[in-house]
Design a protein around this ligand. Structure first.
Ligand code: PMM
Length: 269
């Protein structure tokens, strides 16, 4: 179990159409100003993404993705932030590393680009987040079929890890994520959250991205993602208690505070 407090990875979607904050940080100046706020609020890592992965989303070209993320990463490096690049493309990840990223957040766990494993091996100083994924966003909800979602997600992540380690990656580089909402229904997401102890058996740090997602909208009867914040914080608190390594969230301070309260309650126990 992770004995350090859960880290907060703040989301910076530089896209016009993501799940929860699409459009809000699309403009470069707005993206930097949002990042400065997150830094002031104590964010641990800023996750910069240029390609929307919301259900049904079409892919964008590599050039468009590059143009969105690399200038932002270059600027964030100057601000001293710890940077993650949310991409499925090894080329973009490589340029992001050169510009200052120290984490690759690959929602496809290496399935979308066969070059990704080589890049991870070539950059042992970089951490790699392998998320559970079955297909690109356009088709993924057709693949939300499981007998035992917790077991199948665990097995499929094990397979991703085996591929990376066989390619030469250092196990210490790897972080896993069950990919809530990716080829999963709301029920599947809850079942995964109820069974994080089973995922922890893989022996890797776990990242959870529940923040403001659609299944919380179904739970709380809300269409505006901002109205899902209380439910998001509840999940952060409970997963922090189970010892997950990190949470990927839209707001920073409320989640940092929730984690601090969880740590304080667990102190000296
Ligand atoms: N979710 C989204 C994008 N990237 N990365 C990881 N590791 N885990 C996630 O759950 C995840 C992700 C989609 O959500 P957003 O559009 O709100 O960023």
């Amino acid at each position: 179990m992770n004995i350090n407090p859960t880290i907060v990875m703040g989301i910076l979607n530089v896209t016009p159409d993501s799940f929860a904050d699409g459009g809000r940080h699309f403009d470069f100046t707005k993206a930097i100003s949002r990042s400065e706020t997150m830094i002031n609020e104590g964010v641990d890592i800023i996750d910069v993404g240029g390609e929307s992965t919301r259900p049904g989303a079409e892919r964008i070209s590599e050039e468009v993705e590059r143009g969105r993320v690399i200038p932002v990463i270059t600027e964030l490096k100057k601000l001293g932030a710890t940077i993650s690049i949310d991409t499925m493309r090894a080329k973009i990840a490589n340029e992001a590393i050169k510009a200052g990223a120290s984490y690759i957040n690959d929602v496809s766990g290496g399935l979308a680009d066969p070059e990704m494993a080589k890049l991870v091996v070539a950059n042992p100083q970089v951490q790699y987040i392998a998320m559970h994924w079955r297909a690109h966003s356009k088709n993924m909800q057709n693949l939300a079929n499981y007998q035992d979602v917790a077991r199948e997600v665990k097995d499929e992540l094990q397979d991703r890890i085996d591929t990376l380690i066989t390619a030469g990656a250092d196990p210490d580089q790897l972080i896993i994520d069950p990919g809530l909402g990716f080829a999963k229904t709301g029920e599947h997401n809850w079942e995964i959250l109820q069974n994080l102890d089973r995922l922890a058996l893989l022996g890797f740090p776990i990242l959870i991205g529940a923040s403001r997602k659609r299944f919380l909208g179904e739970l709380t009867n809300t269409t505006d993602p901002d109205d899902r914040e209380a439910a998001s914080i509840a999940i952060t608190s409970l997963v922090a208690k189970t010892g997950v390594w990190g949470v990927r969230t839209h707001s920073v301070k409320p989640h940092k505070d929730a984690i601090a309260a969880v740590s304080a309650m667990g102190r000296n126990k």
